[in-house]
Design a protein around this ligand. Structure first.
Ligand SMILES: CC(C)(COP(=O)(O)OP(=O)(O)OC[C@H]1O[C@@H](n2cnc3c(N)ncnc32)[C@H](O)[C@@H]1OP(=O)(O)O)[C@@H](O)C(=O)NCCC(=O)NCCS
Length: 140
């Protein structure tokens, strides 16, 4: 809860929540990488099971990138475990929509960094892109 409160206060410019009726159906937390203000790091993406497969995660990412605060962002990074098919599809799809390239490499290795307690997190890097040019505001 403390972490969530920091995300929605200090990081609200780069985070988003989606509500349907009274229910939270989607959430993204992200931040500008310290010392690299042109790069958005997407920390968490979650869409409720009832709202998946309808483009919500894509629209939340586009919503953040289309904000005036994010005008200078031309790279996006995140980490994904190799088995998370939905996340790979989400970020590959976003890369195509931004008309740019996606590269991946190991960021946190299961044995070396994560004490064999969590799958290896692959660093995914998307860019360069011009969100102002590539995002159709009518779709978000
Ligand atoms: C990953 C997640 C956020 C995707 O949310 P979503 O709103 O369903 O995603 P979208 O509808 O925007 O889909 C984006 C793309 O991924 C594809 N996709 C979505 N779910 C998929 C799945 N399970 N398998 C394969 N492709 C999938 C969509 O077809 C779409 O492709 P397109 O851009 O080519 O049309 C959602 O599945 C989720 O919350 N998963 C659990 C939490 C999680 O793993 N978060 C990421 C790690 S922190």
């Amino acid at each position: 809860m403390y972490c969530n409160l920091l995300q929605c206060s200090h990081f609200s410019n780069t985070s988003v929540i989606a509500v349907s009726g009274n229910e939270v159906v989607g959430f993204i937390s992200a931040y500008l990488i310290p010392e690299r203000a042109n790069t958005l790091f997407v920390w968490q993406v979650a869409v409720g099971s009832q709202a998946r497969g309808q483009g919500l995660a894509t629209r939340m990412l586009q919503h953040i990138l289309a904000r005036p605060y994010c005008h200078d962002i031309c790279y996006l990074e995140t980490t994904i475990t190799e088995s998370n098919k939905a996340s790979w599809a989400l970020f590959n799809g976003l890369s195509s929509k931004l008309n740019t390239e996606l590269h991946s490499s190991v960021m946190f290795d299961r044995i070396e960094h994560l004490d064999d307690a969590h799958d290896t997190e692959m660093l995914v890097s998307i860019g360069p892109f011009n969100a102002t040019k590539e995002i159709n505001h009518e779709n978000i």
